[in-house]
Structure formats: structure tokens, C-alpha cells
Design a protein around this ligand. Structure first.
Ligand SMILES: NC(=O)c1ccc[n+]([C@@H]2O[C@H](COP(=O)([O-])OP(=O)(O)OC[C@H]3O[C@@H](n4cnc5c(N)ncnc54)[C@H](OP(=O)(O)O)[C@@H]3O)[C@@H](O)[C@H]2O)c1
Length: 237
């Protein structure tokens, strides 16, 4: 999703700084986009390493002449019954999806405040809305991210900082390659990213991807816990 965001934003003539761990993939994407005239900085960084992340974001801020929009997109998804999760999978989801996203956004925030404006975007998930079988850790890291983003939104609204929470359903990316066959409403990544960019440009508080699925799943919030438990547990094996 990050690579597709870069491709579509480059078409809109945005200058880009891309962060991920895989240097070779970043370099390939940089070459692809630069050959089409885009300005692309790359940083091979793990969002769990705060110091290196800070250096990368500060460097991007300098080289791009200030940051306008910062996406916290890095994520790890392991969907399986909670008792089957391995300790390293639990740690990875908490440290990348939650702590890594918070690190990214909080390192960038002072730079945006200094500039007097900007937008923070967190890639959450429709799976964050209520507990689903197989999503105990993944969903709760994204639910935590939602509350973090909502708090930033109210805290910094009057300081000209927009905060957008993106809640995708299932999108066709390497993350979902193993479960593709079993999932209804799987969206192609180019369509998903077009929806995300449109929502971000409008400065929306929450962007559902697609919107209709987000609204439908969001209705489940109003189900009393007893009833929700009965309905949702029908899917667990
Ligand atoms: N696909 C879906 O159906 C779906 C649905 C809802 C939400 N989401 C969320 O959307 C975001 C993107 O997911 P995706 O589907 O594009 O997954 P993906 O294809 O697995 O890509 C994950 C991206 O995160 C980067 N990343 C992972 N761990 C990292 C780390 N420790 N430090 C820095 N970068 C790291 C990866 O690059 P490196 O491996 O090179 O570091 C890769 O670019 C995630 O936050 C995911 O939870 C996805």
C-alpha cells in the first residue's frame, strides 16, 4: 500500500520521502519514480528504532523543505486464534503497528507545529472497530492507534494540524496474499489508495476503504456486547 501511495502521490507531483526496512525495494521504487520525473528520498529504517527513525524524518524534513503530510503506514498483520500467536508475532504487532506508528507521528508532529500546519495520517484497519476472531492482537493494536489519532485530532485541531485515521477493509497486498481466497470484498490496492488519497486531500477525520464497508461495520458498535459476541463468534472455529 505504501508503494502504491508513493506512485499515486508522485503522479500528483508530490515530493516524497519513503521509509521502510528493505533498501533494495526502496531503491527500485525510487528509480521507477525518478525515471518519471519525481523527487524521491529513501530511508532504510525500522520504525521500531526510534533514534534512526528520528534521524530519517528530520533529514526528510530538511531535504524536502518541510513536511506537509506524514503517513504512518508500516504494519504487520498476523491473523490467527490468540492462543496460536507466537511471542515474536505479538511483539512485532505491538511494536510496529502501535509503537512504530506513534513514534513516526510524534517525531513529525513538532516539525509540523513549527511550520504552523500539516497533516498526520495513520493507517489503521476496519478490523479495529470491534473484536473479531483471529484478530486479538492485530485489531487491538489498530484500536489503540485509533484512540491515539483521535486524541491528536482534538488536541491539535486549533494548531492547524489535521489528523486522519484510515480504516481499510481487506486490500490485495502481500499482507493478504495467503488469505485472499477466503475473503469477500477484497479491494485492489490502486483503488484503495485512490480512496485514501481523496480522503486525505479532503482532510477527513476518518477514511473508510471502502466507505460503505466501514459504515456497515461501524454499525456493529451499536450492538450490545451480548448480542455482538453471539453473532461474531459464529465465525470462530
Ligand atoms: N492489506 C490489507 O488488507 C490491510 C487492511 C487494513 C489495514 N492494513 C494496514 O495497511 C498498512 C500497509 O499494509 P500492506 O497491506 O501494504 O502490508 P504489506 O504489503 O505487508 O506492507 C507492509 C509495509 O510495512 C513496512 N514495514 C513493516 N515492518 C516495518 C518496520 N518494522 N519498519 C519499517 N517498515 C516496516 C514494509 O516494508 P519493509 O518490510 O521493507 O520494512 C512494507 O512496506 C499496514 O499498517 C496494515 O496493517 C492493511
Amino acid at each position: 500500500m505504501g508503494a502504491e501511495l508513493a506512485r499515486q502521490l508522485a503522479k500528483k507531483h508530490c515530493k516524497l520521502a519513503l521509509l521502510a526496512r528493505s533498501k533494495d525495494k526502496l531503491q527500485a521504487l525510487q528509480e521507477e519514480l525518478q525515471s518519471k520525473g519525481a523527487h524521491v528520498e529513501i530511508y532504510a529504517v525500522d520504525v521500531r528504532e526510534r533514534e534512526a527513525l528520528e534521524q530519517a524524518i528530520y533529514s526528510a524534513n530538511e531535504r524536502l523543505n518541510g513536511l506537509d503530510v506524514v503517513f504512518a503506514n508500516a504494519g504487520v498483520g498476523v491473523l490467527k486464534p490468540a492462543h496460536q500467536l507466537k511471542p515474536h508475532q505479538i511483539e512485532a504487532m505491538i511494536e510496529v503497528n502501535y509503537v512504530g506508528a506513534i513514534n513516526t507521528l510524534l517525531i513529525a508532529l513538532p516539525l509540523l507545529l513549527e511550520k504552523g500546519q500539516g497533516q498526520l495520517v495513520g493507517i489503521s484497519s476496519i478490523a479495529s472497530i470491534r473484536g473479531l476472531p483471529g484478530g486479538a492482537l492485530y485489531s487491538s493494536t489498530k484500536a489503540g492507534l485509533n484512540t491515539f489519532l483521535e486524541t491528536l485530532r482534538v488536541e491539535y485541531r486549533r494548531k492547524n494540524i489535521e489528523v486522519t485515521t484510515v480504516c481499510p477493509g481487506f486490500i490485495r497486498t502481500p499482507m493478504t496474499a495467503d488469505i485472499e481466497d477466503s475473503i469477500p470484498f477484497m479491494l485492489d490496492v490502486d483503488k484503495a489508495v485512490a480512496i485514501i488519497i481523496q480522503g486525505v486531500e479532503l482532510g477527513k477525520a476518518v477514511v473508510g476503504v471502502p466507505g460503505w464497508l466501514y459504515n456497515l461495520v461501524n454499525l456493529m458498535r451499536f450492538l450490545p456486547s451480548e448480542l455482538y459476541t453471539r453473532v461474531a463468534s459464529l465465525r470462530s472455529k
